[in-house]
Design a binder for this molecule. Structure first.
Ligand code: SF4
Length: 336
């Protein structure tokens, strides 16, 4: 028999789930997914872009997530991958609002969560390991294990928390797939869409470029940011807002994650894992939200302004450290 090449459609329809499994029209799914990724590349806000993908976590939508993982692996852009995954996460969380009780447990089962539902009190239990695996990714002390009630060695949770756990499980699922997918195989089975992938990869590069402010000119950093960097390098523990202002500033001017992490190398409470998570969070690589540093006024009221007699800081147009940087950089360039 002649060797037949596997297409993306064959893969999803026949290999992963077997013929006859209801996945819907493959070309429609592909097109919707491309449109979603394109919208994310273009920075279209979720409220302005509606999609029917990933909504109810049916078997078909579970496969939509798989498809998204394959596509993201092919496009191979870290900022885009983060944004798409978290767009999917938000869709999953809001669509889970219409489910509760046994139905919600069925949705959790899709991600192999072992949830028990108590019909009498309307609560659920989740094994400790699964609770900690997903709840450590949810911000807020009320989601820490120490504040939970236990029942027979499992954690008691309500609808709201179960929806959040499902949300985080969807993120882990897609990330895991991206990790294990072989990109060469992915490229081969989806080769019909090569030009679309190339154009999305090109657009994804712009995500970075748009936010960069040209080559980084450290000399043009405002006194506050220079002060924070120096404090950190000298082992002085900077308050949270100072760290936030510094990371968000450096990210906005285009510094790479590893270079920002390098500055934190000597922080007294340095923990590579926590710091990396915080840096990635501020950089928008986790939630897709890229933070902007606080205004001068806010930094001043938190005793984090170090303007001294700097004439640019004294300029009434300078209400933000990024404005300082733009003005100073232009001055330096004019002089050069
Ligand atoms: S005035 Fe603004 S830019 Fe200048 S040091 Fe203070 S906070 Fe930084």
């Amino acid at each position: 028999m002649e060797n037949q090449k596997i297409t993306g459609e064959d893969y999803f329809r026949d290999i992963l789930y077997g013929p006859g499994d209801p996945f819907g029209t493959f070309s429609e799914k592909i097109e919707r997914l491309f449109r979603l990724i394109d919208a994310v590349c273009e920075g279209v806000k979720p409220e302005r872009f509606r999609t029917s993908l990933f909504k109810d976590l049916t078997k078909s939508e579970y496969r939509e997530m798989q498809l998204a993982a394959w596509f993201l692996k092919i496009i191979d852009s870290e900022p885009l991958t983060g944004r798409v995954i978290y767009r999917i996460r938000d869709i999953v969380e809001s669509s889970m609002m219409k489910f509760s009780g046994e139905e919600l447990v069925l949705k959790a089962n899709i991600f192999e969560l072992h949830i028990d539902y108590n019909v009498l009190d309307g609560n659920y239990t989740v094994p400790v390991g699964e609770f900690t695996k997903y709840c450590t990714k949810i911000s807020g002390s009320r989601f820490r294990l120490v504040y939970q009630s236990m029942e027979d060695g499992a954690v008691l949770i309500d609808d709201d928390l179960l929806r959040k756990i499902i949300r985080e499980a969807s993120v882990s699922f897609i990330k895991y797939l991206i990790e294990i997918i072989d990109r060469d195989i992915a490229l081969e089975i989806f080769e019909n869409f090569e030009s679309t992938f190339q154009s999305l990869a090109k657009k994804a590069q712009n995500i970075k470029i748009e936010t960069e402010m040209g080559p980084i000119d450290v000399e043009s950093f405002p006194p506050c940011i220079k002060h924070y960097i120096s404090d950190i390098r000298n082992g002085i523990n900077l308050p949270h807002m100072g760290r936030f202002a510094m990371v968000s500033f450096l990210n906005k001017v285009g510094m790479k994650q590893e270079d920002i992490m390098g500055i934190f190398g000597t922080v007294p409470d340095f923990s590579a894992r926590i710091t990396e998570y915080q840096v990635r969070h501020v950089m928008g690589l986790i939630s897709g939200i890229k933070y902007t540093p606080p205004k001068c006024e806010t930094l001043r009221s938190n005793h984090l302004c170090y303007m001294g007699d700097d004439p640019i800081c004294a300029d009434e147009r300078v209400k933000h450290p990024l404005t300082y940087y733009t003005i100073k950089k232009k001055k330096v360039q004019r002089k050069a």
